[in-house]
Design a protein around this ligand. Structure first.
Ligand SMILES: CC(=O)[C@@H](O)[C@H](O)COP(=O)(O)O
Ligand SMILES: NCC(=O)COP(=O)(O)O
Length: 239
C-alpha cells in the first residue's frame, strides 16, 4: 500500500498572508501524523513564500515519521539540507513567477548539476528523489544521475478536464511508472492529487508514496488536519 506524504506548505501560506505566527506548520505536521501521515513533506522555496527556515529546523526535531524536504538544486539549499539532514530530499524546479510548481525538473537538460547535487545529498545520508514529468527520457536520466526515487508529476493528469485528456495523461503516468519499476527506482507520485482523482492513480502498481498537500490543507480548513489526513488515508487503504 502506498505511503501518504502530507505536504504542509499551504498551512504556511495562510500564516504568511499576515506574516504572523499562526497557523503553525509545526502543529499541522503533528496533527497530520495523528491522522496517519507516513511522511511530512515541505518545500523550502528560494523566495520563502510559505515554508520558512525556522519551520524546517523545528520540524526536524518534532516530526516522528520521515521528513521529506522539497528543494531546488542550488548551493544554498544543499547547504541547508546537509545541515538539517531531512530523511529525504526531493529535487524540484522553481521559478519565482510561478504560482505553484509548473513542470517537472529537467534532468536531461541539467544532468551535470543534478548529478552533483544528488551525489552531495546521498553522501550526506539523505535519500534523493527527482520530481519529474512522466516521460521515459527523464526517468532514465534520473536513474543515470543517481536518484533513489522519482516522483512523477501528476499535475497534467490532475488538471485535465475531458475524459480523453485524463485518459491520455493517466497512460503517460502508467508508462513512466513501468520504466521506473524496471530501473528499480522507488516510485512516488504527486501534485494536484485530491479526494476525487487519487483513486484512479492507485491502480498503478507498486506506488511507494503519494505526496498530497493543497487538497488536504483545503479540506483541513473545514474538518481539521487530523480528519482530513484520515480521510485521504481511507481512500488509499480502499485502493
Ligand atoms: C513539487 C510539488 O508539486 C509541490 O510539492 C510543490 O511544493 C509545489 O509548490 P508550492 O507548494 O509552492 O505550490
Ligand atoms: N510534490 C507534490 C506535493 O508535495 C504536494 O503537491 P500538492 O498536493 O500540494 O499539489
Amino acid at each position: 500500500m502506498a505511503r501518504l506524504g502530507v505536504n504542509i506548505d499551504h498551512v504556511a501560506t495562510i500564516r504568511q498572508a499576515r506574516r504572523g505566527r499562526e497557523p503553525d506548520p509545526v502543529w499541522a505536521a503533528a496533527a497530520a501524523e495523528l491522522g496517519g501521515a507516513d511522511v511530512i513533506t515541505l518545500h523550502l522555496r528560494e523566495d520563502r513564500r510559505h515554508i520558512q527556515d525556522r519551520d524546517l529546523r523545528i520540524l526536524r526535531e518534532t516530526v516522528q515519521v520521515k521528513l521529506n524536504l522539497e528543494m531546488a538544486a542550488t548551493e544554498e539549499m544543499v547547504a541547508i539540507a546537509l545541515e538539517v539532514r531531512p530523511d529525504k530530499a526531493t529535487l524540484v524546479p522553481e521559478r519565482r513567477e510561478e504560482i505553484t510548481t509548473e513542470g517537472g525538473l529537467d534532468i536531461v537538460g541539467n544532468r551535470t548539476r543534478i548529478e552533483e547535487t544528488t551525489k552531495q545529498l546521498r553522501e550526506g545520508g539523505i535519500e534523493v528523489s527527482h520530481f519529474i514529468d512522466p516521460v521515459t527520457e527523464q526517468v532514465d536520466a534520473s536513474r543515470a544521475t543517481g536518484a533513489d526515487a522519482v516522483e512523477l508529476h501528476t499535475g497534467a493528469y490532475a488538471n485535465a478536464i475531458d475524459s480523453e485528456s485524463i485518459d491520455k495523461e493517466f497512460r503517460a503516468l502508467v508508462q513512466a511508472a513501468n520504466v521506473a519499476r524496471t530501473l528499480e527506482l522507488t516510485l512516488h507520485l504527486g501534485h494536484g492529487l485530491n479526494y476525487v482523482n487519487t483513486t484512479r492513480v492507485l491502480a498503478i502498481p507498486e506506488i511507494d508514496e503519494l505526496n498530497i498537500g493543497h487538497s488536504i490543507v483545503s479540506r483541513a480548513v473545514f474538518v481539521g488536519m487530523t480528519q482530513a489526513v484520515r480521510e485521504m488515508k481511507e481512500i488509499i487503504v480502499r485502493g
